[in-house]
Ligand binder design. Structure first.
Ligand code: PLP
Length: 375
């Protein structure tokens, strides 16, 4: 039996999401067409928008469908800069997703000033640092809600309050939070929030951007769709699947069960490999993610052996994994050499007790074989 523990890279599409996609492919109209086929498609688009809106506790007009999490983040960040041409300062953190950091690097070259907030050894962000960093020149505060490598949750409620009190826009990359924590935007007044289908049992190539009512976000792609905010014929099969994934989470979020399985995984590893440590284990994390460091061992060598045993995990972000760079997230947490010795196990609603038992049956032996350090 293969064991898939790399759900922060991507997830299996839920059966009901797949069914929703197939229906849209068979009933293949374009939502902009006036005839019956088009109107059927329009109805499906509206239904999916309602599902996403209620998943976020937002209104349907505040939901813009996108082609990915990356696209939504780019729309929110570039749009915020365009809305505030006179303010050229952005505050973010050192541990954002690599694609977002690359955009900030690009903006710096264009003359923006970007302040990167540090995190502590648990991956925590201190709201006081944010308070000090924001000035009258700040156009945008952009912080991820949950970290993709460690699962550490940032204090988004406090951060939004600070940004609002200083009159700047607030964007959150919730790609690793959606489907793992309940999001209630009626209580947390972010201006922009982004999430992605393939991290929560919908397919790749679809995401959603929340834009708070009253903000006229300029488009990256021009056209009439999405009320002029994102041109291009809608990916209706993907959108319907995303709506269904949101509905499945609302019906049964599985968070408690996933958290219990992660607790078993971590207890089992710590017990059998006494020098193992959990990155960010001392603070709030999303329930599915466990980043574990193994002394000074090379994670790639452990992963290779796990892979051969049919167990799939990762050393960090899927797009950075495979490169030889130590994770920028773990380096920012001051982990030094241990940044290269960390493995991320990420669970989902489909992870089973048996899969965790299979991992725990194999991993200690691999580590023992590689080090001879077991007791
Ligand atoms: N933000 C975070 C925190 C992520 O983990 C990812 C994907 O790994 C993204 C953004 C990018 O999302 P997408 O793959 O949909 O472009």
């Amino acid at each position: 039996m293969n064991v898939y523990l790399d759900n922060n890279a991507t997830t299996r599409v839920a059966r009901k999401s797949l069914d929703a996609m197939l229906e849209c492919m068979e009933d293949y109209g374009n939502p902009s067409s006036m005839h019956v086929l088009g109107q059927n498609a329009k109805k499906r688009l509206m239904d999916a928008r309602m599902q996403v809106a209620s998943f976020l506790a937002a209104s349907p007009q505040e939901v813009v469908f996108t082609g990915s999490g990356t696209e939504g983040n780019h729309m929110a960040i570039l749009g915020s800069c365009a809305l505030n041409p006179g303010k050229r300062h952005i505050v973010t953190s050192r541990v954002e997703h690599p694609a977002t950091l690359a955009l900030f690097g690009h903006l710096e070259k264009q003359g923006h000033r970007v302040t990167m907030l540090d995190v502590d050894e648990e991956g925590r962000l201190d709201p006081d640092d944010l308070e000090k960093a924001v000035t009258n020149e700040t156009a945008l505060v952009s912080l991820m809600w949950a970290n993709n490598e460690t699962g550490v949750v940032f204090p988004i409620g406090d951060a939004v309050k600070i940004a609002k009190s200083k009159g700047c826009l607030f964007h959150t990359d919730a790609v690793q939070c959606a489907g793992k924590l309940k999001i209630d935007l009626s209580r947390i007044p972010v201006d922009f929030l982004v999430f992605s289908g393939h991290k929560m049992h919908a397919p790749k190539g679809v995401g959603a951007l929340f834009v708070r009512k009253g903000i006229r976000l300029p488009p990256l792609f021009f056209g009439s769709q999405e009320r002029g905010r994102r041109g291009g014929t809608e990916n209706l099969p993907g959108i319907a699947a995303l709506g269904m994934a949101c509905r499945l989470f609302m019906e049964d979020d599985c968070c408690e069960r996933i958290g219990l399985l992660r607790a078993k995984l971590e207890a089992g590893i710590l017990e059998s490999i006494p020098f193992a440590r959990i990155n960010g284990g001392g603070t709030e994390r999303v329930p599915n993610t466990s980043s574990i460091r193994f002394g000074e061992m090379e994670s790639e060598a452990i992963l290779d052996r796990l892979d051969k045993a049919g167990i799939y995990a990762s050393s960090g972000a899927a797009c950075a994994a495979g490169g030889n760079q130590p994770s920028h997230v773990l380096v920012a947490m001051g982990l030094g050499k241990a940044a290269e010795a960390s493995i991320r196990f990420s669970l989902s609603r489909y992870t089973t007790e048996e899969e965790i038992a299979q991992l725990l049956g194999i991993l200690p032996g691999i580590v023992e074989q590689m080090t001879g350090r077991m007791q």
